[in-house]
Each structure stands twice: as structure tokens, then as C-alpha cells.
Design a protein around this ligand. Structure first.
Ligand code: GDP
Ligand code: GDP
Length: 434
């Protein structure tokens, strides 16, 4: 199901203001690990129970004004290819500019839903000024004020309507795995080794929508879909080293997957771009198997696997309950093990713990170590239940949910992991008012 939205538009129209408003992020999120700044241009939006990924393409435009036009055209084309819907933002206070026209020309040819947004309509009385944008030939104009948030609800209604109409893809109810990772880590090599044929490699035509993105795999007792990736189809090899392309492409793939098979290059270790991909997977609540590829060319001794595992754990902490497989895609060593781990993670992600069992295990643990008192008040957890979501989510019912600290939630999560197998699966822990 496609749920990736990209905001495009020239600089200063208000893209990042809208992005922050919709994703609710106002500052860079600094990660606990190694002070890594997470990607500020990617976030999740939830509207009326519907979730989608939002990418602010503008945040990635670097360089001087003259490289801008060429670069923006590339990015807009790429966004058209990878996103399921494009928000095109213009500015009522300036009217149509040459750059707006350039972008509109690209978008008119796209076979994706486009939502045209005229921003900076701070005073609803001024919305008539937006009518000139009809001449861009992109249909209805949504007037909003990104600063005040006025009309952003109508905008979200429209986006969600499109995504739920266009978002369904034909695929039987089988596990969906995606092979993700930086360029050159060995994604195509692994996929080709698994499929044992190169017939599935299709030469893409830039800017066209993809006809089929799932390849069914039915061998060695496994039956699942492999989701098309950059490596599989060798789609436009545009500056994939730029964060923008890497994020657009990874998000698109991750959104469609149940479990992500994340490759890293053993000789290079887990780099910051790998960490970003890992965070994208976790923030999307998808299952993950880490595959350390090119293990054949590593110098090894008896402790190598253990040492390498510890190093990865340091780099992905606090979520370290993840299977790690050491393989060589080139010589097909342990590649079936990758599928076995993915299968287990898939099962873990769909696991539903009966409420009685959950409480029998968790309540004594909570009793033995209760949440700390807050301002002299006892904080009591009464019971817990797993919510009927697509990924494991647990609600702990409590008298004073707002007084439970992150550290205690982390403790509960660890206990859930110790007692029930959720290896490879991000889990959500919520406190609810009883
Ligand atoms: P971007 O380059 O497209 O990401 O644009 P920004 O979000 O950085 O906004 C550019 C400027 O426009 C900033 O000074 C914002 O405060 C301002 N701006 C954004 N949205 C609005 C709006 O709805 N009304 C007004 N008056 N100014 C806005
Ligand atoms: P992708 O960009 O992630 O799809 O990476 P490719 O599959 O194109 O692989 C990039 C390079 O790494 C190619 O030269 C592969 O032959 C090489 N490669 C891939 N897997 C392995 C492996 O397991 N061992 C070694 N030594 N090289 C590999």
C-alpha cells in the first residue's frame, strides 16, 4: 500500500513550515546514539487514523541558485517516480514565478496525484488571490496558511482520500520482504542469488509508474513477496549517494514491506547512512534482519562474529533485539538463513499474546518493581493488553499515565521482549488512563 507523500516547490514558499506542522517536529531530533541528527526532512503524519510518510524535498536542495533549476528538476522527477502523491506548494504573496512554471510542467506529465497548495493565505479573505494558480493546469488550488495551520485539515482530508483510493496494490496475503541498504552493499547480488535468475530485471523508463513491484518467491519451503528495490531493477542510477535519493527510495520500499532485510557491507561497517535506513525501518514499525554481507572477504578468527555483533549493537542501541546474519551473497553462503530469519521476524511481528497470559506474566514483574511515586502520589498499573494493530502495540492501563517515565516504559518493553519473542520487531508501549 503506497503511502509516501513528497512536498515539492521552489525555496521559501513554506515547505518546511508545512512539513513541521504536519509532522509535529519543530527541532532536529538528536539521537541518543553518538549524537546523530536524524533526518529532519522525513516524518510520519497521522490523520484520522491514517498514517503516511512525508518528505520535504526542499530540505535537500543545496548549492547556488544556478545549479538549483537542474537539481530541482531531477529531484521533482525522482519524487514523481518514488512518491505516491505530490504536494506542490506555491506562494500567494509572490504569484506564479518562472520556477513554479518549470515544476508545474514536470508535474503535469506525471501519472501521480498532485495536490496544488497555495500557501501564505493567512487571511481567508485573501484566498481569491490564489485563483491565478489555476493557470498552472494542475486543477484545484488548496489555499492554506502553513504558519497558522488554517485549512490544513482540508488539505489532509484530500491527501488521505487520494492515498486510500490509489493506494491499493494487488498482492495476496503473503509476507512481504524488502532488501534495503546503501548502494553497493550487495542488494542485487543477494536478490539474484535468491531468485537464481536475472529474468526479473526490467529496464525502467524514467518517470513511468512501475507495473509490478512484487516478485513472488516460492522455494525451499518459503513463500513470500520480494519487494522491488533499486538493486533489483536498476532504476535510474541518479546520485544515490545524496541523502535525498537514498531516503526517497528507502522509504518507498520500507512502507510496503512487513520485514526489511537490511544489508551492510562487512568491510565498511555500519555507517551513518545505514543508521538512517535502520531508523526509517524502526520508525515505520517494520520488522528488520541485519545482514552483514561480503563476509567472505573479511579476515576472520573465532571471535569475529561476536565482536562484529557487539559493535553493531553499540551502533543501533537501544533497539538491539535484532537478528544479525553474516553472509556472502556472492558465494551464496548462508543466504537461506536470511530467509529463515526474515520468516521468524514476520511471525514475531504478527504475534498476538492473549490478555490473560500477558497479565499473568507482566503484573508480577510490575509488582516487584513499581513505577516510582510522583509528587507523593502512587502510580499504579492495573492491567495490560495488546492492541489489534498490524505491529505489536501494548497499552498499560494506569491511574496516572502521564507520570510514567521513558525509562520505565523501556523497562516494560525489555520485559516483554524477555518473556515473549519479538526479535527483530519494534514494539510500542503506551500508557492509558484507566
Ligand atoms: P521552504 O524554503 O519552502 O521550506 O520555506 P520555509 O518553510 O522555510 O518558509 C519560508 C518563509 O516563509 C519563512 O520565513 C516562513 O516563516 C514563511 N512562511 C511559511 N509559511 C507561511 C505562511 O503561511 N504565511 C506567512 N505569512 N509566511 C509563511
Ligand atoms: P547494490 O548496489 O546494493 O545492488 O550492490 P550490488 O549487488 O550491485 O553489489 C555491489 C558490488 O559488491 C558488486 O561488485 C558485487 O559483486 C559485490 N558483492 C556483492 N555481494 C558480495 C559478497 O558477498 N562478497 C563480495 N566479495 N562481493 C560482493
Amino acid at each position: 500500500m503506497g503511502r509516501v507523500v513528497a512536498i515539492v516547490g521552489r525555496p521559501n514558499v513554506g515547505k518546511s513550515t508545512l512539513f513541521n506542522r504536519l509532522t509535529g517536529t519543530h527541532e532536529a531530533i538528536v539521537d541518543e546514539i553518538a549524537g546523530v541528527t536524524r533526518d529532519r526532512n522525513y516524518g510520519k503524519v497521522e490523520w484520522q487514523g491514517f498514517q503516511f510518510s512525508l518528505i520535504d524535498t526542499g530540505g535537500y536542495v543545496l548549492g547556488s541558485e544556478d545549479v538549483f533549476e537542474e537539481e530541482i528538476c531531477k529531484q521533482v522527477n525522482f519524487a514523481i517516480e518514488e512518491a505516491d502523491l505530490i504536494m506542490f506548494m506555491v506562494d500567494v504573496t509572490t504569484g506564479i514565478t518562472h520556477q513554479d512554471e518549470v515544476i508545474a510542467n514536470l508535474l503535469r506529465r506525471a501519472k501521480k496525484p498532485i495536490v496544488l497548495i497555495a500557501n501564505k493565505v493567512d487571511n481567508p479573505g485573501n484566498s481569491y488571490e490564489a485563483s491565478e494558480f489555476f493557470s498552472l493546469g494542475l486543477g484545484e488550488v488548496f489555499t492554506i496558511s502553513a504558519i497558522t495551520g488554517s485549512q490544513s485539515g482540508d488539505l489532509l482530508d484530500e491527501v488521505v482520500k487520494h492515498l486510500s483510493e490509489h493506494g491499493h496494490e494487488e498482492a495476496p496475503d503473503l509476507p512481504k520482504y524488502a532488501v534495503v541498504g546503501r548502494p553497493n552493499v550487495g542488494k542485487s547480488t543477494l536478490i539474484n542469488a535468491l531468485l537464481g535468475t536475472e529474468r526479473n530485471i526490467v529496464t525502467p523508463v524514467a518517470g513511468t509508474t512501475r507495473d509490478s513491484i512484487y516478485t513472488r518467491y516460492n522455494k525451499f519451503g518459503h513463500d513470500f513477496f520480494l519487494i522491488d528495490t533499486a538493486g533489483l531493477r536498476k532504476r535510474t542510477k541518479v546520485h544515490e549517494d545524496l541523502e535525498f535519493y537514498s531516503v526517497m527510495r528507502s522509504v518507498n520500499t520500507i512502507e510496503r514491506a512487513d520485514v526489511c532485510i537490511m544489508l551492510i557491507d562487512a568491510t565498511e561497517g555500519l555507517q551513518s547512512q545505514d543508521q538512517n535506513i535502520f531508523h526509517l525501518i524502526v520508525r515505520n514499525n517494520k520488522g528488520v534482519v541485519i545482514v552483514v554481507n561480503k563476509w567472505d572477504i573479511m579476515e576472520k578468527d573465532t571471535d569475529s562474529v561476536k565482536e562484529y555483533t557487539e559493535k553493531i549493537h553499540k551502533e543501533i542501541a537501544p533497539f538491539v533485539d535484532v537478528p544479525i546474519v553474516f553472509v556472502s551473497a556472492l558465494s551464496k553462503q548462508r543466504i537461506i538463513k536470511v530467509l529463515e530469519e526474515a520468516q521468524k521476524v514476520y511471525e514475531n511481528r504478527t504475534r498476538k499474546i492473549p490478555t490473560s497470559k500477558l497479565n499473568n506474566v507482566m503484573l508480577p514483574i510490575i509488582e516487584a518493581l513499581e513505577p516510582p511515586m510522583y509528587k507523593g502520589k502512587l502510580v499504579r498499573i492495573k492491567y495490560v493488553s495488546q492492541l489489534p494493530t498490524h505491529y505489536p502495540t501494548f497499552a498499560f492501563f494506569c491511574n496516572l499515565p502521564q507520570y510514567i517515565k521513558e525509562s520505565y516504559k523501556r523497562f516494560l518493553e525489555n520485559k516483554l521482549r524477555e518473556n515473549f519473542d519479538f526479535k527483530g520487531v519494534p514494539i510500542q508501549v503506551y500508557m492509558r488512563k484507566k
